[in-house]
Design a protein. Structure first.
Ligand SMILES: Cc1ncc(C[n+]2csc(CCOP(=O)(O)OP(=O)(O)O)c2C)c(N)n1
Ligand SMILES: Cc1ncc(C[n+]2csc(CCOP(=O)(O)OP(=O)(O)O)c2C)c(N)n1
Ligand code: SF4
Ligand code: SF4
Ligand code: SF4
Ligand code: SF4
Ligand code: SF4
Ligand code: SF4
Ligand SMILES: [Mg+2]
Ligand SMILES: [Mg+2]
Lengths: 88, 278, 190, 384, 278, 384, 88, 190
């Protein structure tokens, strides 16, 4: 069941959805898509798009080979706060 | 929406100066790394309870330098032999070896079988990507018969090891196999392996999309995970299958879990006896 | 011709080493001159920088390293920043304008071509931007013959990609023929 | 890929590939190895080419097994080689001693990299130049060649096989990461113009009980296996018939001296040096890739009026001591250039003895080639 | 009455300059040597059909220099690796390795398991005397747990290998075990092993009365043979026995005999493919 | 068998046993090894004595594993050693390079035997004296000591541990088959008079991310494992914090030079020589068991009026080049005596350079000690 | 069943019944005893004493680790001849 | 006392090495003098020859090898033949007359004792013939003290065999005291 989450993708750690793309493939809810924009490092990141579909199954977290993804429940106060900061 | 600020729950286990891995995109090694750290976390252990030892190769870079702990990155093939010295010196620490199939079963095969024979308390994770990743895709003792690699351009003429059978034949007291498609099972087994009083060996089939997947045509990281999923068969189910049915399948699960004298204990016995001797 | 030093630099995966090999092969095998090619890559497959260097000469090449390139092809911002300072003043700098923004030297002759976009859009494969750049280089310098380069391409790329690469090279030649050279500050056009 | 053993023609080729082609041209039909940067291309090339020629490349479980298989194949009658880098050589040393002691022809290519230990695989260093001579235990003499160009990578590997066959001994080719990965033009001659030496073998019906097969300073014929010679080949100290003697120092004395003498007595046939130092006051002594810097510096220095010369060691072992002594008698100063902190330097010094001064110059950054300006600066200082 | 003049029927196989062995009195190695030669004789083969390879140790001196054939006496632990090169160079000769338990399973363990994996046509006789004989009675990977030797003066702290299980786990296609009490069975098995197209491994428990029998108290040559007799149990019977019942027994017989791709054949296939390639 | 670590008192003991006792007195509590003639007694003694002292002896599967376990134990905080002979050293060389590169204190005893290859196990030869210095690949400096008596077998092994701990580096003891099996009187001092050096370690709470642990010419503190320092110890080229760098030659340059400098800068602390050559015209330069022949010859020669002196190298590496140079400046002729065909000879020659003449004398029969009469004969010839 | 045989023990090869003695122990018919006399090499040889009891089972031959024993049927002509020579 | 060189030679298994060790221990540890003991054996367990050598002196022993023994104990014919020639003229040769027949030297002082038979018959163990010989040697030369030798025996033989060995040594002392010395041809008795 979908849960209100924050999905954080560390751009410094992710190796790029073009080369890797494991999160895209293993998310049962198809939450991610691949970004169009190339980063300075020449890769394209995954973007958590259908975030509301997320069930926090943690597949993306557990399978990400670069520990680049964190999925956290919005209700956890620290998480909400962090999300706040991040969008500033 | 995505936010960049959340700290990964296992980030505390990562050496600050080595937050990014040197792995290729989609390399399976990171999945194993995370699984190991997760198992340690779930067991309530600290990284300071461990000494990590690895050889040379991509897999050997899993703990080195990333794990924020004592790490010995040794010569090619020898991590287990180094680990034995460490374990004797620090019997109350847990020694964990993480290295590649080439490292542990090609050049390092002898140390592997002797450690298994000795049944020294040590956890060994062997990353089986079926190839030598770091040096650019040469044949490994795990590469299937007939496969084309840069050193077998007309196909591999050699039968591969069944590594788990080998280690079992050598006398290990705990032997298991999973793939990077099975991180949750891997965590469960890793916890057992870490707690085993004896030589605990876990083979992990792991995708090397760059040097194996691409060159064998099995495909990219995602396709390789898919392939692991399709090919895997649990050890319980495998028991009822014929050799022919099992031919190109990957039997996963815990294959051996027995009790036998462990080296640190027998050595302690020797010391007691020696001190008591006239 | 006297000793000419050429450096091609960019990301791993852009084919800068192949570009150097093609230059060297053209010079040494087809054109019958002397050439040395060397390279350096970090963990190439892992997205580090890559660099390929070629020395071409009519005489035997004794010192094999490139130290102050007469010609540099820059295919990434990082490469530009890192290697720009080494160039010989008055040398020729060819950049992929899709990838390189800041040109730190004003004492070199500059050619800027949109090789990546051209490769992606016209030729359908970003990966042949390196060959486009070679075309530009040959057009602008004649350091190797176009025929030599075509022969080198035929010899060295996977058979299935020969046509694509030849096309890229020829497109580069055209582009090179028409692209303007921005002369160094304070120098008149030669 | 062409299918002839000898790829006659003009090429633009990597040093490592040239090395493999030199071996094939020499008649190498067996290679065993274990991957290692920066040598792997040698093995990869051989893996691609040997089966086509009816030969075999085996990737073994490690370097120890690789050299063992090479020696076995040589006793089986094939010309055989391995290629590796420092860590691999360190592991092979025990069996290299075996090849020496049993007089087994074979070729060992070391594409030297940066160390000690794992170090930096892709950076060149001339760190392993004494290792062939003193790395394996016991007292022995060996042959080692150091190419300085892709052409020499081909020529010297070919020559290494010829020397190995001629003297029934392992021969080293000491290349390095720079040369191994460098591409340069290479001219391979017509097949029938490639000089080939084959080992002297036992006459067809000879029995190893009756015909001496070892410890001849003029090289005994080899009782190659599989031909009914009933050869006994042992790593233990033995006599000319291969009979083990592990009791008498006297037997050991003969064993060591004969093996030594086999090379020493023929050192003039083996040693190759080159020089351009007739009128020179200061001579730059070097080998391998560093030679190219030395020679370039000599040309630059002469242009500015310095009386400079160069001396190139093509053979590192047996050490060209007499040639150095002769040079030292003519020159005022020898400056030894190596990409290390001074290895052959001491041997040059020893050979020059009291004849002239000898100094040493490493590159500014170990692992890189010497810069010409650094060399000239050192020369100017020596002159002052 | 006894006469001194009769020539031993196998004497023709012995190198004239090496008629006497360097073995201690009663050493089991001579029993194996004779059994091997007898097997060759009974198969109607000549010694010139073979190349013998051995490592370093008493057992390694079985063929070196005695066997009147091409013999390569190599470095410690490496005979199999040398043998592979010989076999490739001389595919129509039979390569036989004869060496000790220390040589083949301690320092040489890696070459053993890799040769088994490759399934190269080669016959390997491993003399298991439970000790390092030549160097004076140090513990071996085959020495029973608890036994006192010169390097384990307070008892051996390590579990021994079951060598046959190890080699089987590595993938050998023929595996057997006998003792020097069983020369007739040994001859029978040796004949099969020699003819096997694949890696054929025969472990032979052999008495070292000087360094093992005397020091362990099992006794002299005769007592050790007696001990082998008592402890041995045939593989068929062993199948019906429990692990406990088998604890200190020696399971003898042919343990593995399977078919799988052999290296010389697969290599030949590679060559054909290469030559046919464009 | 007594149970103290230090067997204070007067003994009549084999060189190999004295070596083991020197190690125990130094605080060695871990040893790993693999049997080999003529070194096995060292291991056997340690196997008997270590468990009593709460230590451990492990017989490993081979020599490679032995030195690896020793290095592991050293990182675990124990003083550790191995003992072997030539073939074993040849196999250990890769990991000896590891110990060098990671700055791991440990002691390696080589009881030298007759080779190359298997050779003759029980016959002595000084065949492996350059091997410690140049046997492992790459460029590095090392410490090696050569005892010439049973007392020195004890003293130098003890000293080897102290140097290993002081400089965080592997240290060789080069004994030989003759000394190893020779018995002689040995005096072991009271336990509290045995000089002991322990490695400098990290302060308790230090984190290896913050405190430099490597590449200090004055020896960095060692972040011994198991104490929460989170040390990263790698065989790859690394910086002072153990951070891997396998790309830049610049990093390799620092890596090699610092390791080198650590020994070179302190060479005066390390090098030990002895001599009696004040008035001598001809000086016999030697080491190890051969020194006893040289010294005996000097006494005999002086008795017949020859102006002879002796110079003993206690330390073979770092090579006592300055001491030799000083000697060469005073003497007319140095005669180098070795039980081989001339190994350190070249280094003596290089160090003497133009200062005096240098010649070489092997024993009449390699593998045996020099005969005094042979030495005197050579001396008389030199004088003539 | 007992057979007329010649039992030849090669004195140069036998390592001595005191150290070895395998033939003595493994002969089902107890044919051998140990000699009293020490040889020049300091060992005592086995002596085939109860030769008439021999059934030519070949145990002694097969088990002798030094290939020192040969048992041959007397009726074989070469054997008889050799025996003849040996007793001269 | 000046440097004395002693050689004990025989078969492997006779304990000649132990005999040398005991001599050296007595000299170096109990008697407080200097001693060096060396040995050489072929394949000992396999019945080859064995040899043990001891140098004893009051001064530090520099040259450690025995070259021309002052004293030789011969316990096999082979040893006698092989090593006899090395003896210093006028030296003392002690042979086990049960094992050694031919004495090749007539310029040495000779003592012949039936040690093996005595050991076998009187002491019940042939193996202690070596210790009997030591007794004879000590009695005839005093090169080490009897007390020193007894202490050395206690220290070096397996505990259970101490008494047997001491008995053998004392029996040797007696035998030595009474055994005649055959002086070299042409020399008067000293
Ligand atoms: C003695 C030695 N030989 C060879 C090498 C080169 N080498 C580095 S990594 C490697 C293979 C690694 O393969 P594997 O252990 O399977 O690791 P992967 O990279 O596949 O994870 C080799 C051969 C070396 N470093 N040292
Ligand atoms: C590299 C090396 N290490 C050690 C030795 C010493 N060595 C000779 S034989 C031997 C052990 C032999 O044991 P095994 O193979 O069981 O033969 P055995 O004598 O028992 O028949 C050893 C360790 C050696 N020759 N080479
Ligand atoms: S937690 Fe599960 S559902 Fe949510 S984004 Fe990750 S993989 Fe998809
Ligand atoms: S799984 Fe991780 S590394 Fe891979 S694309 Fe997704 S976020 Fe990036
Ligand atoms: S080469 Fe393969 S194993 Fe190595 S990092 Fe890349 S994907 Fe992973
Ligand atoms: S030591 Fe043992 S194995 Fe070696 S020859 Fe003697 S009895 Fe046989
Ligand atoms: S053949 Fe049989 S019966 Fe006859 S002596 Fe030999 S063992 Fe005894
Ligand atoms: S079995 Fe052979 S070696 Fe043993 S005692 Fe009998 S004849 Fe002699
Ligand atoms: Mg791998
Ligand atoms: Mg054994």
């Amino acid at each position: 069941m979908a849960k209100p989450v924050i999905i954080s993708i560390n751009e410094n750690l992710c190796k790029g959805a073009d080369g890797c793309g494991i999160c895209l493939a293993l998310c049962p809810k198809d939450v991610f898509r691949i970004a169009e924009r190339l980063t300075a490092r020449g890769i394209r990141l995954p973007v958590a798009e259908k975030i509301t579909a997320c069930t926090k199954c943690d597949n993306c977290v557990i399978y990400c080979p670069d520990m680049a993804i964190v999925v956290a429940l919005r209700e956890v106060p620290e998480v909400a706060e962090a999300a706040e900061r991040a969008t500033q | 929406m995505s936010a960049a600020a959340l700290e990964h729950p296992l980030a505390k286990f990562i050496r600050p100066s080595a937050r990014t891995t040197a792995n290729c995109p989609g390399c399976g090694n990171g999945i194993l790394a995370q699984s190991i750290l997760r198992a340690i976390e779930e067991l309530g252990l600290r990284l300071d309870d461990f000494v990590f030892v690895s050889g040379i190769g991509c897999a050997a870079w899993i703990p080195s330098p990333s794990f924020y702990a004592d790490v010995l990155h040794t010569t090619h093939g020898r991590p287990i032999a180094f680990g034995i010295g460490i374990k004797v010196a620090l019997p109350h620490k847990r020694v964990m070896v993480i290295s590649g199939d080439g490292d542990l079963t090609a050049i390092g095969g002898n140390h592997l079988i002797h450690a298994a024979r000795r049944n020294i308390a040590m956890t060994v994770f062997c990353v089986n990507n079926g190839i030598y990743g770091m040096t650019g895709g040469q044949v490994a003792p795990t590469t299937p018969l007939g496969l084309t690699t840069v050193t077998t351009p007309f196909g591999n003429a050699e039968n591969p090891f069944d590594i788990c059978e080998l280690v079992k034949g050598a006398g290990a007291s705990f032997v298991a196999r999973w793939t990077t498609y099975h991180p949750r099972q891997l965590v469960r087994t890793a916890k057992k392996a870490i707690q085993k009083k004896g030589f605990a060996f876990v083979e992990v089939l792991s995708q090397c999309p760059v040097e194996f997947g691409r060159k064998t045509g099995i495909g990219n990281a995602v396709q390789m995970l898919e392939w692991y999923k399709t090919k895997s068969v649990g050890v319980a189910r495998a028991k009822d299958m014929s050799a022919a049915e099992l031919a190109d399948r990957i039997v996963v699960g815990e294959l051996v879990d027995i009790e036998k004298p462990e080296l640190m204990e027998t050595l302690e016995g020797i010391r007691r006896k020696a001190m008591a001797s006239s | 011709m006297k000793r000419t030093e050429i450096r091609i630099a960019g990301f791993g995966g852009q084919g800068v080493v192949l570009a150097g090999v093609l230059l060297g092969t053209a010079a040494a095998v087809t054109d019958g001159r002397r050439a040395v090619q060397t390279q350096s890559y970090g963990a190439a497959a892992r997205g580090g920088g890559a660099r390929s260097e070629v020395v071409i000469s009519d005489d035997p090449i004794i010192y094999p390293r490139v130290t102050h390139p007469d010609i540099m092809v820059a295919m990434s911002e990082e490469a530009m920043q890192k290697y720009g300072p080494d160039m010989r003043a008055g040398g020729l700098l060819i950049i992929d304008s899709d990838l390189v923004q800041g040109v730190s030297r004003d004492d070199v002759r500059l050619v800027a071509v949109p090789a990546s976009n051209l490769a992606t859009q016209e030729l359908g494969r970003t990966i042949v931007a390196n060959i486009v750049m070679l075309g530009v280089l040959v057009a602008k310098t004649g350091v190797v013959s176009a025929a030599g380069m075509e022969a080198a391409i035929r010899e060295n790329v996977p058979p299935k990609t020969i046509d694509l690469n030849l096309k890229a090279f020829r497109r580069g030649l055209e582009l090179g023929a028409s692209a303007p050279i921005q002369e160094p500050a304070g120098h008149a056009a030669a | 890929m062409r299918k002839e053993a000898v790829l006659t023609g003009r090429h633009f080729m990597m040093g490592n590939i040239a090395c493999a082609e030199g071996a094939l041209a020499a008649g190498c039909r067996f290679a065993a190895g274990y991957p290692i940067t920066p040598a792997t291309e040698v093995a990869e090339r051989l893996a691609e080419r040997l089966p086509v020629l009816g030969g075999t490349f085996l990737q073994m479980e490690d370097e120890i097994a690789s050299i063992a298989a090479v020696i076995g194949a040589s006793w089986g009658g094939l010309k055989a080689m391995t290629a590796t880098s420092g860590p691999g050589i360190s592991l092979m040393l025990e069996n290299i001693g075996f090849a020496l002691g049993t007089e087994t022809p074979c070729v060992i290519v070391n594409v030297m990299r940066g160390g000690p230990t794992t170090g930096i695989p892709a950076v060149e260093l001339q760190g392993d130049v004494i290792q062939p001579r003193r790395g394996s235990h016991g007292d022995y003499q060996i042959i080692a060649l150091a190419p300085s160009s892709v052409q020499e990578a081909f020529d010297y590997t070919l020559e290494a096989f010829n020397l190995a066959e001629r003297f029934r001994t392992p021969v080293f080719v000491l290349s390095d990461a720079f040369l191994g990965h460098m591409r340069e033009e290479l001219i391979i001659p017509e097949a029938d113009r490639v000089p080939i030496v084959d080992r002297k073998v036992f006459p067809p019906d000879a029995d190893a009980e009756e015909l001496a097969a070892f410890l001849d300073e003029d090289v005994a014929p080899m009782p190659v296996f599989g031909r009914g010679h009933k050869a006994h080949v042992t790593s233990s100290c033995h006599d000319a018939y291969g009979r083990r003697n592990v009791v008498d120092a006297q037997a050991l004395d003969v064993f060591i001296r004969k093996l030594h003498g086999k090379i020493e007595r023929h050192r003039d046939e083996i040693v190759r040096v080159a020089s351009d130092a007739e009128e020179a006051e200061i001579v730059l002594v070097s080998y391998g890739t560093v030679f190219r810097c030395a020679r370039a510096a000599v040309e630059a220095g002469r242009a500015e009026g310095l009386r400079l010369g160069w001396f190139k060691l093509g053979t590192l072992w047996p050490f060209p001591d007499r040639e150095i002594a002769a040079l030292a008698a003519r020159a005022r100063h020898l400056m030894v250039l190596e990409n290390n902190l001074g290895q052959l330097f001491h041997y040059v010094q020893a050979a020059a003895a009291s004849r002239c001064r000898v100094s040493f110059l490493p590159p500014r950054v170990l692992g890189e080639l010497h810069e010409i300006e650094d060399i000239l600066k050192a020369v100017r200082e020596v002159r002052a």
